[in-house]
Design a protein around this ligand. Structure first.
Ligand code: NBX
Length: 868
């Protein structure tokens, strides 16, 4: 503690934010010299990125400290978002956009007064950078993506921390600081090849290493119960066998137009300083050092599966390591206030992003019973009031379950606690539904039956939470009627709720699409971009939906963004331009970018492309002119992108098929560039920021009932792209919000899926004629002349293995809907633009700010802590 008489001195030398271009320049240069030990003579774009980031970070840290002080003083309920993935992407541009430009606060920093009129902090820095000899865009490009996630689930967490800060909620994210994020994808001879993503290569200016915060974490070992304590529900000692340290790294999360800067705390594993002296004395020094180094492997790498549970021991270790460290941190902070334990749930809400952090439930129970000596039931009451669980999938193969043996070996005391939780739960079920043995075995946390017994993490998460939510209406209904049906019976329907996903408009509109953002703010007369905080303001745009002058401006923005993407594609295609720039305005950009998965049905898309190509060729063969072909099949670029899990054979084959089709179609002179296909390698957040604004049409075509929500659908709509999609996930609510005239829906509904699958299995179903032609072409080796059978598994899964994803059932409807898309796009541009404008006008519901408000009100009971 600093003595009171010293405080004056501290205040005299109080750190100040830069507020003007000149102050920024001074900071920048001092970071070049002092932080980077570089100079005027060797400052390249990378150094400029680092010095700029350090400078901006300095401003953020001042607000970060104040935010933490304010939130502690105000003592409102704190929210902790536990997610094993935060797919943040780049931080610098986002920080510049969020940098405050209001005059309302006395804090020093860029304000309306220090900025020239109509200028933002970002513009100020752009100009300063120019004066210093750099181009902001080039400098921004130097930042590697923080790619600590797989897909939608991880990106959702990133949008949520943005909205939590923007909404001034006292909220922290907790995750892992993987040394390697999701792998970088290379395409070699059409195949996906994974290479390591060593994102920390050039150090990370956005993280603050908290070497003073180190939490010891134990694994393995055994349980010791004092003689006097007879049962497993009484306090027990867990004597851990292996110990590692969790060290905190903090990332500041700035809100938009607010001085609130929240914290994202990521843990990394370090060896303890304890040394195995028995080995050392035996002369086995090397081995002893190696043991210590093993610790670091816990946070070495992100598991690259999405929607699939691989069940590896190291993954369970990651989960416990992270849950234990986070809970220890949360409990430590709570204990400082000396409030009674019973008030824990009034002070703290913990949200579980999927079942990955379910062990946090068990760990809190252990802390309360074993360490704090609370009575089991009192402890359990606290636990269940604290936690809430978000489910992101109904697919069996994605639901986590851990072999009892594995869990008990790694975490012996936790397994005991899980058994006891289950025991009390089953007793309560038995009381309510006496003698229903089937029900008991169906809802048991322990899955029996096969040789192995498993712990069902979703069930444990439900039992340990006070609320369970799905991520879109259809999905939230589905979990109640399928995988969690029995729990609705046990707890009643009120425990289950819906919070439809959303995305942050700061990154996905303002940052990704500056031209559209500018047109919007000018059109709705909102020069300070307040619509980014209140998206209902966008409805103003509807007035102009049919205004020709406005439509032209709207279209010009789209064309600009399409050129930007065409440039990227050219660069990724080794400088070869496949997109005819003279016709770009009349070329429909049809995009499907997301993880590659059979349920997301990239195979349906590429079969559709093949069908189009075959039809074009057929027309030419039967004597039609190229103009006639162009009339029927107007210009289109079909763009794919996304990573496959490294071990997912079928997904990798789909990638190869797309690339093989591209090879044939793009080089077929006969079709005169009317159709192009391109697979964008290494799809990630920063590429998404270029791709999303450029779509005319994007594809969200999962088998009905399989995509929990989808969030890229929202991103595309927010950028004025139209959607072709199935009646699945959030497509349903998108349709409701923007109007059914403004979306191209097709295909079977989720309520018919079961019957259709049954028919494939037990009835003789025939394939649609067009699909047969497509499959025959693929089978004949039209796209793999060297190896005609290369794509057999994709064909077999439809023809001979029950077509689980119902490609054949939706094919004709998909093709017909694509025809309709062509019609509107090429024959009625005005109508198309009207749909596009109306979509953006009504997309407001999908701001993640709305999600956070719903979570705060209906699940967390938390309120914002507004800065004065
Ligand atoms: O979560 C995704 C869903 O598939 C999307 O429909 C949804 O919009 C999104 C956000 O709610 N799920 C997802 O991305 N899951 C994973 O990435 C995942 C990763 C590891 C794992 C299981 C799932 N073990």
């Amino acid at each position: 503690k600093i003595p009171v008489q010293s405080r004056e001195l501290w205040n005299k030398h109080k750190v100040r934010k830069f507020g003007t271009a000149e102050e920024f320049e001074e900071k920048f240069i001092s970071h070049v010299e002092w932080t980077l030990a570089r100079s005027l003579y060797n400052c390249d774009d990378l150094a400029a990125y680092q010095a700029t980031s350090q400078s901006v970070r300095d401003n953020l840290v001042i607000d970060w400290n104040k935010t933490q002080q304010r939130q502690t003083a105000r003592d409102g309920k704190k929210v902790y978002y536990l997610s094993l993935e935060f797919l943040m992407g780049r931080a610098l541009d986002n920080a510049l956009i969020n940098m405050r430009t209001d005059t309302s606060s006395q804090d020093v920093g860029p304000t309306d007064e220090t900025l020239t009129k109509g200028n933002t902090a970002r513009e100020m820095i752009r100009n300063a950078m120019k004066d210093l000899g750099f181009k902001l865009e080039d400098v921004l490009e130097q930042e590697p993506d923080a790619a600590l996630g797989n897909g939608g689930l991880g990106r959702l967490a990133a949008c949520f921390v943005d909205s939590l800060a923007t909404g001034n909620y006292p909220a922290w994210g907790y995750g892992l600081r993987y040394q390697y994020g999701i792998f970088a994808q290379k395409i070699i001879d059409g195949y996906q090849v994974e290479t390591p993503d060593y994102w920390l290569n050039f150090s990370n200016p956005w993280e603050i290493e908290r070497s003073e915060i180190q939490v010891p974490i134990n694994f393995y070992g055994y349980v010791h119960r004092p003689e006097s304590e007879k049962t497993t529900t009484s306090p027990s000692d867990w004597i851990g066998g292996e110990r590692v340290l969790a060290m905190a790294h903090d990332m500041p999360i700035p809100g938009f137009k607010t001085p609130t800067v929240n914290n994202l705390r990521l843990w990394s594993a370090k060896p303890t300083t304890e040394f195995d002296f028995s080995k050392f004395n035996n002369g086995d020094y090397k081995n002893s050092v190696e043991q210590q180094q093993r610790a670091e492997s816990i946070t070495a790498v992100l598991y690259p599966n999405d929607n699939f549970d691989q069940g590896k021991e190291l993954r369970l270790k990651q989960q416990y390591f992270w849950c234990a460290a986070s809970l220890h941190d949360i409990v430590r902070r709570f204990k400082k206030n000396k409030r009674p334990w019973s008030e824990f749930p009034d002070a703290i809400a913990i949200q579980l992003n999927d079942t990955h952090p379910t062990l946090a439930i068990v760990e809190l129970q252990r802390v309360l019973v074993d360490l704090e000596k609370l009575d089991w039931h009192k402890a359990w009451d606290i636990v269940t009031k604290t936690f809430a669980y978000t489910n992101h999938t109904v697919m069996q193969e994605a639901l986590e379950k851990w072999p009892v043996g594995l869990l008990g070996h790694l975490l012996p005391r936790h397994l005991e606690i899980i058994y006891d939780i289950n025991w009390f739960f089953l007793q309560s079920v038995e009381k309510k539904f006496p003698h229903d043995m089937d029900l008991l075995s169906r809802v048991s946390v322990i899955e029996e039956g096969s040789q192995e017994r498993y712990v069902r993490m979703a069930f444990l998460a439900i039992i340990g939470s006070h609320k369970v939510n799905g991520v879109a209406e259809l999905h939230s209904d589905l979990i109640k009627s399928t995988i969690f049906q029995d729990f609705v019976k046990v707890y009643g329907a009120n425990k289950f709720t819906n919070v439809t996903n959303g995305i942050t408009p700061r990154r996905w509109l303002k940052q990704a699409n500056p031209k559209l953002a500018e047109l919007i703010s000018e059109t709705i007369n909102d020069p300070n971009d307040d619509y980014l905080l209140d998206m209902s303001k966008l409805t103003e745009l509807a007035k102009y939906a049919e205004d020709e002058a406005f439509q032209k401006k709207w279209n010009d923005v789209k064309q600009f963004n399409k050129s930007r993407l065409a440039d990227l594609i050219k660069r990724l295609n080794n400088g070869v331009d496949i997109i005819d720039r003279d016709h770009i305005r009349n070329t429909l950009f049809d995009i499907q970018v997301k993880r590659i998965h059979e349920y997301k049905r990239q195979q349906l898309n590429i079969f559709g492309v093949i069908n189009r190509y075959l039809c074009m060729k057929e027309m030419l063969q039967s004597g039609s002119s190229i103009d006639e072909v162009a009339e029927r099949y107007p210009r289109k670029v079909s763009i794919f992108g996304g990573k496959s899990a490294p071990g997912y054979y079928m997904a990798k084959l789909i990638i190869k098929l797309v690339n093989s089709v591209a090879e044939v179609v793009n080089n077929d002179a006969e079709i005169c560039d009317l159709l192009k296909v391109f697979f964008i390698p290494d799809y990630n957040v920063s590429k998404a920021e270029i791709i999303t604004p450029a779509s005319d049409l994007s594809e969200h075509i999962s088998t009905a009932g399989t995509e929990a929500s989808g969030t890229s659908n929202m991103k595309f709509v927010m950028n004025g792209g139209l959607i072709i999609g199935t009646v699945d996930g959030a497509n349903v609510e998108i349709t409701r919000e923007i109007g059914e005239d403004n979306i191209f829906l097709f295909g079977n509904l989720s309520e018919n899926v079961e019957e259709l699958r049954y028919n494939h299995q037990f009835q003789n179903t025939s394939l649609p004629e067009a699909l047969v032609k497509v499959l025959n072409a693929v089978e004949s080796g039209a796209f793999s002349p060297q190896n005609a059978s290369e794509f057999r598994p994709l064909i077999d899964s439809i023809k001979h293995q029950g077509d689980y994803y119902l490609v054949s059932d939706d094919f004709d409807s998909y093709v017909a809907t694509q025809d309709l898309v062509d019609q509107v796009y090429h024959k009625d541009k005005k109508e198309w633009l009207k749909k596009s404008i109306l979509s953006v006008a009504n997309v407001g519901f999908f701001s993640s700010d709305r999600c956070i408000e719903e979570y705060a009100e209906t699940i967390w009971n938390a309120e914002p802590v507004k800065p004065e």
